[in-house]
Design a protein around this ligand. Structure first.
Ligand code: 13P
Length: 262
């Protein structure tokens, strides 16, 4: 089973539209030199207010030259209405987003997102022909208590509830241990691979072997150009969700390059 790797940059709450445009131009300039046959899927997730500016820089001509795809960092599951501050799937479709990140630990921690909400979001995203990047991960406390695997199994089981095997197969999961996010402390690659294999076994239980073999599972948490080669060498790591190191064209392009060996 070959799964096309993904290197996705989560820009979080950084960059206004001018800065976003500058960054995407820099990334495009770097990756255009790379061998197209070996390129992973390259995805960037700017803030909502920069989606238009970044989208303008991306090619949608269908000629195959579109090396970078657009993602949103969140979506609300209701189609419209009195939900001040939220954004609907239809609004995101204006910007031709290919992916939407859901359930990031920062959304769960600071904005009270629950597994049930994440499941509703996954359904809305898939119903609209877009791919969810479903995040999961444990806190340091949970890791120390030895409940990492059961916690993640619960997050994934709840997120995938009611999805068909085909929908699961095309989805993406990002395993992001919370203690590794923004700390510089990358999770040991073999341990990240072990947890990702565990996630795959949970997916198999929920949606069957075919879906488990097809779904792409990324690692996230202090990914850097120096860590990516070893991470990508693992059997079950299909790419990376990158925070800090995606904010500079050089380091993001170096991560893309590092992933090309897979
Ligand atoms: P860092 O790469 O900055 O640790 O962030 C990871 C992350 O949260 C990506 O979604």
């Amino acid at each position: 089973m070959t799964r096309k790797p993904i290197i996705a940059g989560n820009w979080k709450m950084h960059n206004n539209s001018v800065q976003s445009k500058e960054l995407i131009k820099g990334i495009k300039e770097k990756v255009k030199e790379f061998d197209a046959d070996k390129l992973p899927e390259i995805v960037v997730a700017p803030v909502f207010t920069s989606l238009a500016a970044v989208n303008e820089e991306l090619c949608h001509c269908g000629c195959g030259c579109n090396r970078v795809k657009l993602a949103a960092q969140n979506v609300y599951f209701e189609p419209k209405g009195a939900f001040t501050g939220e954004i609907s799937i239809d609004m995101l479709k204006d910007f031709e987003v290919s992916y939407i990140i859901i359930g990031h630990s920062e959304r769960r921690q600071y904005f009270g997102e629950t597994d049930e909400m994440i499941n509703k979001k996954a359904k809305v995203i898939l119903d609209n022909g877009i791919i969810p990047i479903i995040c999961c991960g444990e806190t340091l406390e949970q890791r120390e208590q030895g409940v990492t695997d059961s916690h993640i199994a619960k997050q994934i089981t709840e997120a995938l509830k009611g999805l068909s095997a085909e929908e699961v197969a095309k989805s993406v999961i990002a395993y992001e241990p919370i203690w590794a996010i923004g700390t510089g402390k990358t999770c040991d690659s073999t341990e990240a691979n072990r947890v990702i294999k565990h996630i795959r076994s949970v997916v198999e239980k929920e949606a069957g072997k075919e879906a488990a073999d097809a779904i792409r599972i990324l690692y996230g948490g202090s990914v850097k150009p120096e860590t990516i080669v070893e991470q990508m060498a693992q059997s079950d790591i299909d790419g990376a969700l990158v925070g800090g190191a995606s904010l500079k064209a050089d380091s993001f392009a170096d991560i893309v390059k590092g992933a090309m060996a897979k």
